[in-house]
Design a protein around this ligand. Structure first.
Ligand code: BDR
Ligand code: CA
Length: 312
């Protein structure tokens, strides 16, 4: 099919990233053209290996481009306590047979933006690679048809610090560069994720699907699901899965457009996404913020992903 929308995914897998990637692989209206990787949930060596392994399990051949191993300015803590030391639940999986590309993720973003008109760019991790690409080529936004970012906590109820969400808190300077550079982008924040929780028992039922991706996902997500049930109760929160659903199917979502700034200083609020809800600043309302996503369509996308690539 030639009229599929080209999709480039910047990611730091990560248990919820993995489900989002499977969703993208299974979508018949989009064609994933590559994965760019950064450090985030765990170190770059692990996120690259996890991406290669997931592609192998899903039976898709994609170029995987390693990018930034650190945030732009300040060191940040990873999320290994949620995702496992290797980012994929420490299951000791067999190493993938394919290797990553030599090209840096930021350079690949720029090159692929020239090669694929109408590009959809979905960012599921810290925004370091995209910020680097923007510094190398400030014209980049003109060649990206749509950008969707998973990040932020739009009323200040964070999951890393009191007010900051992980992807933004990991590299606030990068997020600032991205939020200032794009005239328009979509934002799926952590608080939206909390409104789209999935009952653990329902998720377990889906993960019993007899397919290689479902079996792999069941194993790599086990510890993270247990941690989540212990810490957050009866619902599991698949942040990057919700973001990918909104990326693939924007018409099933409600959106609200506002100006958003990133707090890069702040004694308590570094990494916060400051939303101008009342339009007091007069700043450009660049961010289209997800308010809600059709729960039936979300479940359809999540389940379709477990059936495998090309499932329709
Ligand atoms: C985000 O942080 C990461 O831990 C997840 O993969 C997701 O992208 C949620 O705040
Ligand atoms: Ca992620």
């Amino acid at each position: 099919m030639t009229d599929r929308i080209p999709l480039l995914i910047d990611t730091d897998p990560g248990v919820d990233d993995a489900w989002a990637l499977l969703m993208a692989f299974a979508c018949e209206r989009h064609r994933v053209i590559g994965l760019t990787l950064s450090a985030g949930n765990v170190g770059l060596e692990h996120t690259v290996r996890n991406a290669l392994k997931l592609c192998e399990v899903a039976g898709v051949e994609l170029p995987v481009f390693p990018g930034s191993a650190t945030p732009l300015v300040f060191a940040a803590e990873d999320a290994a306590h949620v995702h496992g030391r290797d980012g994929f639940g420490d299951t000791g999986y067999l190493l993938p047979s394919r290797s990553a590309e030599a090209e840096h993720a930021a350079l690949a973003m720029i090159r692929l933006s020239h090669a694929h008109p109408g590009l959809l760019l979905v960012c599921l991790g810290p925004l370091t690679n995209l910020a680097l690409a923007l510094r190398l080529d400030p014209t980049l936004p003109s060649r990206i048809a749509r950008l969707l970012v998973m990040g932020g906590a739009v009323t200040g109820q964070g999951n890393t610090s009191v007010s900051a969400e992980f992807n933004i808190a990991f590299d606030p300077e990068a997020a600032h560069i991205v939020f200032e550079a794009f005239p328009a982008f979509d934002l799926v924040d952590w608080e939206a994720v909390l409104r789209h929780g999935l009952p653990h028992r329902e998720v377990e039922h889906w993960l019993a699907t007899p397919s290689a991706p479902a079996a792999f996902y069941r194993a790599i997500s086990r510890r993270s699901r247990e941690w989540s049930e212990d810490r957050r109760g009866e619902h599991w929160h698949c942040a990057d899965g919700l973001a990918m659903a909104a990326a693939l199917e924007p018409d099933s979502a409600d959106w609200a457009r506002h100006a958003v700034a990133i707090e890069t200083g702040g004694r308590w609020t570094r990494g916060a996404t400051v939303v101008d809800w009342a339009d007091r600043s007069g700043g450009p309302a660049r961010a289209r913020i997800l308010r809600g996503f059709d729960p039936v369509r979300l479940r359809h996308r999540l389940r379709q992903a477990l059936a495998g690539a090309g499932a329709g």
